[in-house]
Write a new protein. Structure first.
Length: 144
C-alpha cells in the first residue's frame, strides 16, 4: 500500500473509532435516563403502613393520645368491615330488624359480647387497643 493510502486509512480508522465512541456514550447516557424514567414509572403507588410501625405514628386511627376515640371513629375504622355489609352474618348498623333480638338480651350483654367476641364476631372487633368505653361507644353508635 502506498504511504498516502496508509495515512488515509489510518485517519479513517481513527475517525470511525471516534464516531463509535461518541455513539456509545450517547447510547449509555440515554439508557441511564430511560432507566430513571422506568423506575419512576414502576415505583409502588403507595406504602403499606401497619399499626405500631414508625410510619403509623401520625395516623388518626392509631391512638394518638389518651383521649378516647368516639364511637363513630372506632366504628368507621374497625367495625364497618363487617357491620356495614353484614359480612359473616354481622348485624348491620342501624338495622332495627336485625338488632331487635340482640337488644332484647340487654345492652350490657352486647357490650360484653363485643368485648369478648361471640360466634364469628372477633373480640373487640379487632380493635385490640380499644378501651372498654370505646367499645361501648362503638356499640352505641351502631345500634338502631
Ligand atoms: C370480622 C367481622 C366483624 C368485625 C370487624 C366486627 N364485628 Fe361485630 N359481629 C360480627 C358478627 C359475625 C356478629 C354476629 C355474631 C353472632 O351473633 O354469632 C357480630 C355481632 C356483634 C354484636 C352483637 C353481639 C350480640 O351479643 O348479639 C355487637 C354488639 C358487635 N358485633 C359489635 C362490634 C363492634 C363494636 C365492632 C368494632 C369495634 C365489631 N363488632 C366489629 C362480625 C364483626
Amino acid at each position: 500500500m502506498q504511504p498516502i493510502y496508509r495515512s488515509i486509512s489510518r485517519a479513517l480508522g481513527l475517525l470511525m473509532s471516534l464516531v463509535l465512541f461518541s455513539l456509545t456514550q450517547q447510547a449509555l447516557a440515554l439508557s441511564e435516563q430511560k432507566l430513571q424514567a422506568i423506575s419512576e414509572r414502576i415505583k409502588p403507588v403507595g406504602d403499606v403502613c401497619l399499626q405500631g410501625e414508625e410510619c403509623a405514628k401520625n395516623l388518626t386511627v392509631a391512638k394518638a393520645s389518651d383521649e378516647p376515640r368516639s364511637g363513630e371513629q372506632i366504628y368507621n375504622t374497625f367495625c364497618t368491615a363487617c357491620h356495614t355489609s353484614g359480612a359473616a352474618g354481622a348485624p348491620i348498623k342501624g338495622n332495627a330488624g336485625q338488632w331487635k333480638d340482640r337488644i332484647a338480651k340487654g345492652v350490657e350483654t352486647l357490650y360484653t359480647n363485643a368485648t369478648n367476641g361471640v360466634g364469628a364476631m372477633p373480640a373487640k372487633g379487632l380493635c385490640s387497643d380499644c378501651s372498654a368505653d370505646e367499645i361501648k361507644a362503638a356499640v352505641d353508635f351502631m345500634l338502631p
